[in-house]
Design a protein around this ligand. Structure first.
Ligand code: GRF
Length: 191
């Protein structure tokens, strides 16, 4: 069994969608959900799916080995960031080379970097007058949103779209593609 940990900071609708996708998978298991926010709704979703979950504070992530110790204890092979707002610390990056991927709700390299998350991204896309947006799934390195791109999918941004309606379109792409891309990447890494 290949064990995946999902890192998430917020609602976790992607995390839930991924958990549902892999529920009966015989090779890949969502073995834990980890958040840096104690009251993140994603932890409630983990509980509902009966998936082990854990909270580690920002300080804990940044200054201790607790997270890496936990990942080892849970025998985690691969990490998926789904709405995770902290930078992944070096000790975790080094322990999981090419084994951490993230989803970004825009077409990188546009609209990425520090502060570019959630609705900030969709507002920026709208304000820039873009005619398309989408999702980027990429490897994670030491800089926000800069690792090698694995997959992108696009949606149209019409003149009457708002940041909310763009967010909706982007979420639909995330739900459709993220689990499948995770499966493909994981299988290629471990075959
Ligand atoms: C998603 O749009 C994801 O691309 C971004 O953060 C959002 C998380 O949404 N990184 P949710 O918590 O999965 O609902």
């Amino acid at each position: 069994m290949i064990n995946i940990a999902i890192f998430a900071s917020g609602s976790g609708s992607n995390a839930e969608n991924i958990c549902r996708y892999f529920q009966n998978n015989e090779q890949i298991k969502i073995a834990s959900i980890i958040s840096n926010k104690k009251d993140a709704y994603v932890l409630k979703r983990a509980e509902r799916f009966d998936i082990p979950f854990a909270f580690f504070s920002k300080t804990c992530f940044e200054t201790t080995s607790h997270v890496i110790d936990y990942l080892k204890e849970k025998k985690i092979d691969f990490i998926v960031l789904a709405g995770f707002l902290l930078k992944v610390p070096d000790n975790i990056l080094q322990a999981y080379p090419d084994m951490i991927i993230n989803i970004h709700p825009a077409l990188l390299p546009k609209f990425g970097g520090k502060g570019m998350y959630g609705d900030n991204v969709h507002r920026a896309v709208k304000e820039a007058g873009e005619t398309e947006s989408g999702i980027t799934i990429h490897y994670v390195n030491e800089n926000y949103d800069e690792g090698a791109v694995i997959f992108q999918a696009k949606c149209e941004v019409a003149q009457n779209d708002t940041s909310d309606s763009i967010a909706h379109k982007v979420h639909e792409l995330e739900y459709k593609y993220f689990p499948k891309v995770i499966e493909t990447v994981v299988k290629s890494q471990f075959q």
